[in-house]
Ligand binder design. Structure first.
Ligand code: TRP
Length: 348
């Protein structure tokens, strides 16, 4: 029995904005991208690009040290991340990908931005509060408290119109809008106010029923081989109910697996449950494994068509473009603030 009938269940392109809208979003480079990312944001990024928008992706390497002492092997993680983007279907000719550490002018925006926010505002940010609680650390770094201001620079340096994000990022976007508004009020109109774009895919939990995370070992990475997928799903948590039903409240783990199979196969999880019925957890896991592997196949194929050199080229071009945008914006910001002293101001 193969219920995996439709290999690609990407979000349909939605007419969210006029063609040519500048879209910026990004990721922390902490590990390989997984199916939660795919259905949460990657599919949407591809759809936005296919609809003709200018898609920029920031790989937020400085953000990695908000909740850990060491950034890890960034070179490897970043190289893999870029290949994950290409494997997901982003067009190498039209995507601007860069690491923010490689764009120095972006960071200088943080100084005036910091002057526009209050300490109270920073300490009330619910996402930061949760990350502090999760980190289990006894002291909180200045970067942890201020990275949302840095993130505002990620968005505003290129004057993005639209920022596709998950719900947890909404407080940061609200802050970004406040910073843009306050800057414009104080120094004159420089920044457009970016709009958030919330994905509408249901949130996938990890295979253990907890929040899916790159570093929690409970996710299926886009690059996982079929045998790895099978092993992971075999050990996924279910419950003792013999008959499979889709009841998200009462049976969250089973519902999550059905949702995963549903997204991968482009099927309704309720219907999948009805078809599996008395087959129980074993049949459920077979269906999920099948659907996931069928879904991942074209992604693996696309990935095989690119090598490390393609990734490097993409980063190089992306950085060059991002840098040119950042230089322009910083020049405007300094001019608005009366800080243009030298003649022929350049990047230095
Ligand atoms: N904080 C985001 C995350 O953890 C990543 C990110 C960094 C980002 N800069 C951004 C997202 C700018 C959107 C816009 O997922």
């Amino acid at each position: 029995m193969s219920l995996a009938t439709r290999p690609v269940a990407a979000a349909e392109p939605r007419p969210v904005a006029p063609t040519g809208t500048r879209v910026l979003t990004g990721d922390r480079p902490t590990g390989p991208l997984h199916l939660g990312h795919y259905f949460g944001t990657l599919a949407n990024r591809v759809a936005l690009q296919q609809a003709g928008h200018d898609v920029l992706l920031v790989i937020a390497d400085y953000q990695v040290v908000t909740d850990r002492d060491h950034p890890g092997n960034l070179l490897r993680v970043v190289n893999d991340l870029v290949l994950d983007y290409l494997a997901s279907g982003l067009d190498p000719q039209r995507t601007t990908v860069f690491v923010h550490s490689a764009v120095p002018e972006l960071h200088q925006l943080m100084l005036p931005f910091l002057s526009l926010v209050g300490m109270g505002e920073l300490s009330r940010n619910p996402t930061v509060k949760e990350e502090i609680a999760m980190s289990g650390r006894s002291s909180v770094s200045g970067l942890m408290m201020t990275y949302p201001v840095h993130q505002a620079a990620d968005v505003l340096f290129c004057k993005a119109d639209l920022v596709p994000v998950g719900k947890d990022q909404l407080p940061h976007l609200e802050l970004t809008r406040s910073i843009a508004r306050r800057f414009n009020d104080r120094y004159g109109p420089v920044f457009p106010l970016p709009e958030p774009l919330l994905g509408d895919a249901p949130v996938l939990l990890g295979l253990d029923g907890r929040k899916m995370g790159k570093s929690r070992g409970n996710s299926i990475a886009l690059r996982d081989r079929p045998d790895e997928v099978a092993t992971k799903i075999r050990t996924a948590r279910t419950d003792s109910g013999r008959h499979i039903t889709f009841e998200p409240e009462r049976r969250p783990e089973v519902a999550n697996l059905l949702r995963l199979a549903g997204l991968c196969a482009g099927r309704d999880p309720d219907q999948l449950a009805a078809e599996i019925g008395s087959g129980g957890a074993a049949a459920l896991k077979r269906v999920v494994t099948d659907s996931v592997n069928t879904f991942l196949e074209p992604i693996h194929q696309r990935r095989a068509g690119f090598d490390e050199a393609d990734g490097h080229r993409l980063l190089e071009q992306g950085t060059e473009r991002a840098r040119a945008l950042a230089v322009d914006t910083l020049r405007e910001v300094r001019a608005a603030m009366g800080m243009t002293y030298e003649t022929g101001f350049s990047t230095g």
